[in-house]
Design a protein around this ligand. Structure first.
Ligand SMILES: NC(=O)c1ccc[n+]([C@@H]2O[C@H](COP(=O)([O-])OP(=O)(O)OC[C@H]3O[C@@H](n4cnc5c(N)ncnc54)[C@H](OP(=O)(O)O)[C@@H]3O)[C@@H](O)[C@H]2O)c1
Length: 257
């Protein structure tokens, strides 16, 4: 947990150790508790593809924020319902087609090298957050990815041009997701960047980011998703909204708001 003021030079790498849900934390005086994201039609539904470190952390945060959470795991996870009951109680295991049909927002949280195994045609018309990272120490060197020249999110968007792909939730470690979430207005609230070409899709993702405890920052078009990738200024750094905007601008992000 951060006990210091935000420091733009602070950097954290991912950890491979498993994270625990953060206990309830005190709310600073005068800070509003987050309202639950309920619409007139009931709870919003988030679908998470990939029930690993990131997927389960986001599931816990989304449940705490009042979302209905559906998850789809790997075929190798034979006891997935038992696992989910343990690591993300309240989330429900669904097959990818039901998840895609019901979710207002789908998060892809699978290993980078397995993004192709996601059933992208199911995601027509959906808001899809690409939370993956190409990280050669973990994924190996992928010559086609490196030769492409575009952001990895643009490459993934090619897998279904009818999906509204947004890059976000990838530039902080899974453990930080739960340790650093804060209510709106908290002076220590960390920011998360959102890059995408569809303003409505980015608004949906911004609502989600805010609801789970972070300030959303528009990073511009999907091409700017590159600036959220490993090796860039914002990756793994604890930044508040202004610091994040500044870091993105330093690297030339366009259309920042
Ligand atoms: N770890 C972090 O702190 C962090 C932070 C931000 C972003 N990321 C990125 O987020 C992604 C997930 O990272 P992670 O650390 O959560 O990985 P992880 O712990 O390995 O979890 C990924 C899960 O996705 C499953 N999976 C693979 N293909 C799938 C499919 N088609 N449908 C459903 N599930 C599938 C994997 O199962 P199998 O084992 O059977 O493949 C695994 O259970 C990666 O791209 C990573 O770079 C990681």
């Amino acid at each position: 947990m951060r006990s210091h003021v935000l420091n733009a030079r602070t950097t954290r790498a991912y950890s491979s150790t498993s994270g625990n849900p953060a206990p309830g934390r005190p709310v600073a005086p005068g800070v509003q508790e987050r309202p639950h994201p309920r619409s007139a039609f009931g709870r919003r539904v988030v679908g998470i593809i990939g029930v690993g470190k990131v997927g389960s952390a986001l599931a816990r945060l989304a449940i705490a924020a009042g979302y209905e959470v559906l998850v789809a795991g790997s075929p190798r996870q034979l006891a997935l319902e038992l696992l989910v009951d343990t690591v993300a109680p309240g989330a429900r295991v669904k097959d990818a087609s039901e998840l895609a049909r019901r979710a207002d927002l789908v998060i892809v949280a699978v290993p980078f090298g397995k993004v192709d195994s996601v059933d992208w045609p199911l995601l027509d018309g959906k808001v899809v957050v690409d939370a993956t990272n190409y990280w050669p120490p973990i994924d190996g060197v992928l010559a086609d990815v490196e030769a492409d020249g575009r952001s990895t999110a643009e490459q993934h968007a090619d897998l279904n041009p009818a999906a509204h792909v947004v890059k976000s939730l990838n530039h902080l470690g899974y453990h930080d997701m739960e340790e650093d979430e804060r209510p709106a207005g908290d002076p220590l609230r960390r920011a998360i960047a959102i890059a995408g070409d569809d303003a409505d899709a980015k608004a949906v993702v911004a609502d989600f980011v805010d609801a789970i405890g972070f300030d959303p920052v528009d990073a511009g078009p999907l091409a700017s998703g590159r600036l959220l990738e490993p090796g860039h200024l914002v990756f793994g750094r604890e930044l508040d909204r202004d610091e994040l905007r500044h870091a993105l601008a330093q690297e030339g992000a366009t259309r920042l708001v």
